[in-house]
Design a protein around this ligand. Structure first.
Ligand SMILES: [Zn+2]
Ligand SMILES: [Zn+2]
Length: 312
């Protein structure tokens, strides 16, 4: 923990007094150097707080408003991706807690255009995991297509939210956890998953799509073997161990493998409105900010059920 002066918002920015910040596996990848960004950095990209100071020209929010800050901190607005509704792929983006300071702190600065109002239905801690686990999970679900039989590998923060949305949409969710991880399996069952098994096991039916949240490349060919013709394997994380080679026949039949990168603001608005409608229930374990390292260790060890959230 270090003391720093409270930053001042520039034009178009907000100073936010942080109430909570979720911990995402990406924070672990940043801390471990699996993905390289500018250091030192304050991690944390599931930030919930109240607007403390408005920068010049901000009219979307007022002082005291409760806002959420996601991973996508800013985009350039003029590259080919920004111009075609794919700002998640912007050529010159800035990412909260990765290329600009994030939410493992008492205060942060955010570009007001990329913040979201938080639905009333959610408390400060409960709302935090919606802002990456929820959002990325939702984008992964959209990219998985319309199929009804959906496999989900890695039953953590993202999967527990996505499963609720998918079940609500009338899909059958087949959860895959680390073999023998009884608490995760019981958790998946409690959320209405149609089946629950270890990651090396076969599901009871062929899958229309599989989403992989565990950072384990070997799960890609594994999932591909359970996906029917035309099906998709969606990799939901920012980092994975290498994917082992596999026979072409497993990909044949117009199966595809794709990754999910970042989010668009449209994804955010769509997801938050669905989350409030359901409403999604998030399972959280909260820690004081000073225990951020301990919480990261628990996440690394697979000992967080649902999502870990820090409170300053
Ligand atoms: Zn994240
Ligand atoms: Zn751009």
């Amino acid at each position: 923990m270090i003391e720093r002066p409270v930053p001042e918002p520039g034009p178009g920015e907000l100073l936010i007094a942080i109430a909570s910040c979720g911990i995402c596996r990406t924070d672990l990848h940043i801390a471990d150097g699996d993905i390289e960004g500018a250091l030192p950095i304050v991690p944390g990209h599931e930030v919930i707080g109240r607007v403390a100071v408005l920068g010049a020209g901000v009219d979307r929010f007022a002082v005291g408003d409760r806002v959420g800050v996601p991973w996508l901190g800013r985009t350039c607005g003029h590259c080919r991706y920004c111009r075609t509704g794919r700002e998640n792929l912007c050529d010159d983006p800035s990412f909260t807690g990765f290329t600009r300071d994030g939410g493992f702190a008492s205060h942060c600065i955010a570009d007001a255009r990329f913040c979201f109002p938080i639905p009333e239905a959610f408390g400060d801690v409960e709302a935090a995991p919606l802002f990456c686990a929820g959002l990325i999970g939702y984008r992964s679900l959209k990219l998985a297509g319309e199929g009804e039989a959906l496999g989900v590998y890695g039953f953590g923060a993202a999967a527990h939210i996505l499963a609720q949305v998918a079940v609500w949409q009338g899909r059958r969710v087949h959860a895959f956890t680390r073999p023998g991880d009884e608490p995760a399996q019981a958790f998946a069952r409690s959320l209405g998953c149609a089946s629950v098994q270890g990651s090396g096991d076969s599901p009871p039916e062929q899958l229309d799509a599989a989403i992989i949240f565990a950072p384990v490349g070997a799960l890609v060919p594994e999932a591909l073997r359970h996906v029917r013709k035309g099906g998709r394997v969606v990799c939901g994380g920012i980092h994975m161990s290498d994917i082992p080679s596999f026979p072409y026949r497993d990909l044949w039949g117009e199966r595809s493998i794709l990754s999910v990168a970042n989010l668009t603001r449209a994804d955010g608005e769509e997801f938050l409105s669905i989350a409030a409608q359901l409403p999604v229930t998030t399972r959280t374990q909260s820690f004081p900010l000073g225990q951020a390292n301990e919480a990261l260790e628990l996440l690394r060890a697979g000992r967080i059920e649902g999502a870990a959230v820090l409170r300053p």
